[in-house]
Design a protein around this ligand. Structure first.
Ligand code: FES
Length: 138
């Protein structure tokens, strides 16, 4: 049911933890399952130089946060804005249909962290003007 990559990122998640004095922090939760994901970003010259996460959630949410943080490290803000949960699912070699929403948490947590960064620095990030956290509120 789960790909080897999902199992690997669930059993050995990358980038677990917090970044002290992070430039952007994003937390989202899914009220339906109660899972919570928090993403920390370190940003220098528009590049995500480090990303870490803390996820209180299901295996797919943990695998998604692990893969998502791997995908965004070293990328520019622009590239990260266009990262969708679909890209995370593809990088994991798929998730069962009922678990795709777990990857949405990762996309949204990253975007909330970028908005936090934008707010702290009085910036506008192109592509996030109309961003709204989807079916879950936090
Ligand atoms: Fe809630 Fe996966 S079941 S995030």
């Amino acid at each position: 049911m789960y790909s080897e990559k999902v199992m690997d990122h669930f059993m050995n998640p990358r980038n677990v933890g917090e970044i002290e004095n992070a430039d952007g922090v994003g937390e989202v939760g899914n009220p339906q399952c109660g899972d919570i994901m928090k993403i920390f970003l370190k940003i220098e010259n528009d590049i995500i130089v480090d990303a870490k996460f803390k996820t209180f959630g299901c295996g797919s949410a943990i695998a998604s946060s692990s893969m998502a943080t791997e995908l965004i490290k070293g990328k520019s803000i622009d590239e990260v804005v266009s990262l969708t949960n679909r890209a995370v699912v593809e990088a994991l070699d798929g998730l069962p249909p009922k678990k795709v929403h777990c990857s949405v948490l990762a996309e949204d947590a990253i975007k909330v962290a970028l908005m936090d960064y934008a707010k702290k620095n009085n910036l506008n990030i192109k592509g996030l003007e109309n961003f709204k956290v989807r079916e879950h509120e936090h």
